[in-house]
Design a protein around this ligand. Structure first.
Ligand code: SF4
Length: 65
């Protein structure tokens, strides 16, 4: 695995909408703290400051069955 660049906001939004593991944190808190209402990895419990282990897999496609 090559080192990835910091994912963009758009990438995190896209991944969160398709990710099977997306687990948003408390909505009220997130909305107040981040002023965004869309899904994003930034809201996810698994994001962990960019350490989510499946982000790359989801980004490159979860349709590989
Ligand atoms: S942080 Fe990880 S688990 Fe959460 S939505 Fe993004 S890719 Fe999925």
């Amino acid at each position: 695995m090559e080192k990835r660049e910091a994912p963009s906001f758009e990438q995190k939004k896209y991944v969160a909408t398709v990710c099977p593991e997306y687990s948003p944190r408390d909505e009220a808190f997130v909305n107040r703290a981040m002023e965004i209402s869309d899904d994003s990895c930034d809201k996810c419990l698994h994001w962990n400051d960019g350490q989510c282990v499946i982000f790359d897999e989801v980004l490159t496609g979860i349709d590989q069955t």
